[in-house]
Design a protein around this ligand. Sequence first.
Ligand code: EPZ
Length: 421
Amino acid sequence: MSDKFIITPNGALTGDVHISGAKNAVLPVLAATLLTGQPCTVQNVPDLSDVEAMCGLLESLGAGTSFDASKGNLTVCAENLNTHEAAYEWVGKLRASFLIIGPMLARLGKAKIPLPGGCAIGSRPVDLHLKGLAAMGAEIEHTHGFICASAPKLRGAKIYLDFPSVGATESIMMAAALAEGQTIMENCAVEPEIVDLANFLNAAGADIRGAGTDTVKINGTRALRGVTHAVIPDRIEAGTFMVAAALTRGDIHLTNVMADHLKPVTAKLKEVNVNVMETESGLRVFHDPTMEVIATDIKTMPFPGFPTDMQAFFMSLMATAAGTSIITETVFENRFMQVGELKRMGAEIKIESRSAVIEGVPKLAGAQVTASDLRAGAGLMLAALNADGVTELGGVSHIDRGYCALEARLNRLGADIQRIS
Ligand code: EPZ
């Protein structure tokens, strides 16, 4: 049974918070460690259940991992991989486990990976990953819920992605790093986590140009060497704390952030009268007591548009903003799971196909609610910080997947959240 949070509103959150390394940068980088037989050390790694699961998966393939969570240093040595098959159990634990297919194909010439099922936010197909790998010469079969792929030698190819999928861009980039010849990816994802993965691979001897733009060229190399790489800060975790400051009308200083990665979030917060100021060591987010938080419209888009991962946080903010907001979710087809729970807290929200129409109310009311997925759960946690009365939030294991000790860090800023195991 998953833990619960008992959240008692406790006024404005104020103080400093140090942002962790990015979960969505660490997971592809850990998959990429399979591309070399030499040890790699990843730094700035957050202590998350998703990281633990990825380490378990790597070890099930024969790699060795050692994680010093206190320092955030995780070393992986994939010298002796003893199987090309990933057990079914991993895909239930971690969707990102599918990211090992590219490295396994490049390193071993074959891979048998469970086909990821859908999850709370949508069907989440992997067709673009497979289309890219097939273009590089991989034979791909889908049998009994597994993807069996084989390619004695991957060849560089020209690949146009139908959608700038983050995962597909990462899979193809990793496979292409060791393919014969040049791969050109067009209309690929440009998220900061893609750039971070390319930086890791180039440090290991790959030849990748253009990461962060929609056209990336990869000249395959024969082998990669072990490297030490510090991952970028987690822009989604940063956005969580920024909205916590806005929702509680507080004043929070975030350190270990890259302001450029947060531009779409900063722009939206300013649009609704929340101040965001760059400091020499990070970002300060504070609410001007003479101004009220007003409604605005949001449309989630691939980077550098407004991030889909922050949609739930802003829905909680707009739930008590002055006016009517429209939030349109264009990236995932089922990412309004938090709406039902917010309505139980008194929010006025109507879903019209891919959009949610939110009529701001003065206050939400504490209630018993349940997290359906990672970011919906974080969004409900934020809404509870400023509600009238106590909220009991179930399904906290979803939140532990993507945040390290979120409640303790919010409590250090003045929140009152109790974890009940
Ligand atoms: C990554 O997921 C992130 N996860 C997600 O964060 C994030 O929401 C998403 O990118 C978008 O930014 C990790 O990096 C581990 P996509 P990913 O492939 O790679 C469709 C979180 O909360 N699509 O860009 O799965 C797909 O159905 C998580 O931290 C295909 O159609 O995202 C979706 O509608 C949630 N075919 C859209 O593209 C494919 O082959 C975006 O998916 C692949 C994707």
